[in-house]
Design a protein around this ligand. Structure first.
Ligand SMILES: O=C(O)COP(=O)(O)O
Ligand SMILES: [Mg+2]
Length: 227
């Protein structure tokens, strides 16, 4: 029997799965770096560092130039500048991946309940989902700072299962990175991965998942075929 048989809900990741947000990160990070007197960095460099939340990203970005004690000394100033710049451009340079809206509509039409779980701070996530016409699809949204622990910890996924009153085996996680898959495995959720996002520079095939789907619409088609 397929692990997708009996699935009643889906938890969808945001950055690298629904939206290509690297251009937003790029503008916000380089505006922050300029304020701190640091040279601009490339989108490719940023793509390798996105996925484990803002604190991790800012530390990694500062560590390109600064020694560990300098990173800590300038962290608060960098985070403040980064948040201010990100919120001022949030969504302006980011775009939906192909078949995201079609996939979310199909999942809903198939009767699945939908949650969004991201490591992005919730203060960035809520306006971004609204700006991109994504918020109405989700009953539940958790950002990286909504709960005590973020992905790859299973807590956000376990919380969604509890919110929906469903066993983990009936809630599929769909994401672009090993964080999503590790959280899903630890929670006991089936997991599908998309190949077009940001997996810390690692090939998608290195992720332990229950399948690779080209788009969210392909995910919906696969789930329907197994139910
Ligand atoms: O902002 C991040 O670190 C990544 O966010 P994601 O969990 O939506 O991929
Ligand atoms: Mg992601």
């Amino acid at each position: 029997m397929s692990v997708l048989a009996g699935v009643r809900a889906a938890i969808i990741d945001l950055d690298g799965t629904m939206l290509d947000t690297i251009p937003d990160f790029h503008v916000a990070i380089n505006s922050m770096r300029e304020e701190l007197g640091l040279a601009p960095i490339t989108q490719e460099q940023i793509t390798l560092m996105v996925g484990k939340g803002s604190e991790n990203l800012i530390r990694a970005v500062l560590a390109l130039d600064l020694a560990p004690d300098e990173v800590e000394a300038r962290f608060a100033q960098a985070m403040d500048a980064y948040q201010r710049h990100y919120l001022s451009i949030n969504g302006q340079f980011s775009s939906l991946y192909p078949e995201v809206l079609e996939g979310l509509s199909a999942l809903k039409q198939q009767g699945l309940r939908l949650a969004c779980v991201t490591n992005k701070p919730i203060s960035f996530t809520t306006p971004l989902l609204a700006a991109k016409g994504l918020n109405s699809y989700f009953e539940v949204v958790y950002g990286g700072d909504s709960l005590a622990r973020k992905k790859p910890d299973p807590l956000p996924l376990q919380t969604v299962c509890a919110d929906f009153g469903l066993p983990a085996a009936q809630v599929v996680a769909i994401g672009d990175s090993s964080n999503d898959a590790q959280a899903a495995r630890a929670a006991g959720c089936p997991v599908l991965t998309v190949p077009y996002g940001y997996n810390h520079g690692e090939a998608i095939h290195t992720i332990d998942s229950d399948g690779i789907v080209d788009t969210l619409l392909s995910a919906a088609t696969l789930i329907r075929s197994q139910n």
